[in-house]
Unconditional design. Structure first.
Length: 209
């Protein structure tokens, strides 16, 4: 009887032990799953931080690209302005050269008209006197053209407004002889604003509109 009772007790103890072992295995499996999940969560967190860093890098890249595009647009605009200024300066220079040539011709005509005639030469006719006066006026008008051309070139190269008034010394740098010309008839020149044509004090010595 005692043997039977011991066998029953031993069987019961073994079953209890098996139950506890099964419970321990279940806890161990659950713990391993938790460790695995925790590791995956840590990896997910690292990936999120990497995504955030990449997003910031992308924003910086877009900002830099935008700045580069703006700089390129500004450079293109400055290049166009420079080309326009160079073209304007060349045109002004060509105009000044043409006016210088015309002025030389007009001076030659004035000198010929003002040269004293020989004692035996007849007096000038009214038509000849008018032609001589016109030659003097033409020489003065050519001077006014040179002054106006130098004034426009001065304003262009120095970014002046239409209300700016240069001095004679400032305009001299843009003239061939580096000095403001004078009226062959003794008139007085007034430079005036950039938007206005220079004038002579003698009536009739006026730049055409």
């Amino acid at each position: 009887m005692a043997l039977v009772t011991g066998a029953v007790y031993l069987h019961s103890a073994n079953r209890k032990k098996d139950t506890e072992l099964a419970a321990l295995r279940a806890v161990s499996v659950e713990a391993e799953q938790l460790r695995t999940e925790n590791a995956e969560l840590k990896k997910a967190q690292v990936s999120q931080e990497e995504i955030e860093r990449l997003r910031k890098d992308n924003e910086d890249l877009l900002r830099l690209r935008n700045e580069v595009r703006q700089l390129r647009n500004q450079q293109q605009q400055l290049t166009r302005q420079l080309q326009s200024a160079q073209t304007g300066a060349q045109q002004q220079q060509q105009q000044i050269q043409r006016l210088l040539a015309e002025n030389q011709q007009a001076r030659a005509a004035v000198q010929a008209a003002q040269a004293p005639p020989p004692a035996s030469a007849p007096a000038l006719s009214p038509e000849q006197q008018a032609a001589a006066a016109q030659a003097v006026a033409n020489a003065c008008i050519n001077n006014l053209r040179q002054i106006d051309g130098a004034k426009q070139q001065w304003a262009l190269e120095n970014s002046k407004t239409v209300d700016a008034v240069p001095t004679a010394e400032q305009l001299a740098a843009y003239l061939k002889e580096k000095v403001l010309p004078t009226c062959p008839a003794g008139g007085k020149y007034t430079i005036k604003r950039v938007a206005e044509a220079p004038t002579c004090s003698i009536p009739g010595h006026v730049l055409p509109q």
